[in-house]
Design a protein around this ligand. Structure first.
Ligand code: NAD
Length: 260
């Protein structure tokens, strides 16, 4: 099912995207890794994945703050591998501030990386999927694509937008064998969240364990982090043949957060 097909996972040099990309490779798909960071780290990740799985792996460092770069990323993947069969829009950033103090440049960066780049990637990938008559698009949204929190206006707006984009694309493609879904994780233990633990501990003058339980996981009824591998397993399920009737869905994986 995955063998011989190609997965493009944006933001796969770290966290959730890394787990998703590695899960695709372990399932036999060729993989385009993508993300920012040091070239030598990306090269090391690529070599390790090839050595472990034997699939073809390439890497790309398009900066999605220039969202049209996502179209170049898709075009380069199609040129290199012959197709983009699985597109996972995962790259994301966060910035926390009151709305009346929110720096416009941070607002723009979040809209560009989270929402606008996803639009450009989908726009570029769909024609090839239509030609081949098959495709899977998974957008990594967030519980914040379904409900809000204060001080995260840009992120919440972008993730709600991404869920809306998911639904619209799914309806347009509903009569084809191309599906488009969103996954909506609660707090996942990744470098993005590790940074928030450190800064909240400093702000509140609390020990790490207490920050995790009473601040970070306050909204997450399970009181434990979602692991990146759990999100990867959900993404791969949505990419399988048995998920062909699931489209336009925004699926929470959040320890009960959005059940409240
Ligand atoms: P992370 O910081 O570990 O990884 C982010 C990835 O995005 C990295 O590969 C990074 O290089 C890439 N990236 C960041 N800015 C970029 C840019 N300008 N251009 C290209 N690539 C860029 O983050 P993560 O926690 O794994 O988050 C991945 C996705 O999951 C994000 O969309 C995030 O919003 C979402 N999410 C995370 C959590 C969580 O708790 N960690 C919860 C819900 C949703």
């Amino acid at each position: 099912m995955f063998k011989g097909k190609t997965a493009l996972v944006t933001g796969s040099t770290s966290g959730i995207g890394q787990s998703v990309a590695h899960a695709f490779a372990r399932a036999g798909a060729n993989v385009m890794l993508h993300g920012l960071g040091r070239a030598e780290d990306l090269a090391r990740q690529r070599s390790a994945l090839i050595a472990e799985t034997g699939v073809r792996v390439e890497s790309h460092d398009a900066d999605l703050r220039q969202p049209a770069e996502a179209a170049r990323l898709v075009a380069d993947t199609e040129r290199g591998f012959g197709s983009v069969d699985f597109l996972v829009n995962n790259a994301g950033i966060q910035f926390v501030a009151a709305v009346d103090a929110f720096p416009p440049a941070e607002w723009d960066a979040i809209q560009n990386v989270v929402l606008n780049a996803s639009f450009h990637a989908i726009r570029a990938a769909v024609p090839g999927m239509k030609r081949r008559g098959w495709g899977r698009i998974v957008n990594v949204a967030s519980a914040h694509g379904l409900v809000a929190s204060p001080f995260k206006s840009a992120y919440v707006a972008a993730k709600h937008g991404l869920v809306g984009l998911t639904k619209s694309v799914a309806l347009e493609l509903a009569e084809t064998a191309i599906t488009c879904n969103a996954v909506c994780p609660g707090y996942v233990r990744t470098p993005l969240v590790e940074g928030q633990i450190e800064s909240q501990a400093a702000i509140h003058g609390l020990p790490r364990d207490q920050v995790i339980r009473d601040v970070i996981l306050a909204a997450q009824p399970s009181k434990r982090f979602v692991e990146p591998e759990e999100v990867a397993a959900l993404v791969l399920f949505l990419c399988g043949e048995q998920a062909r009737s699931i489209t336009g869905a925004a699926i929470p994986i959040d320890g009960g957060w959005t059940a409240r």
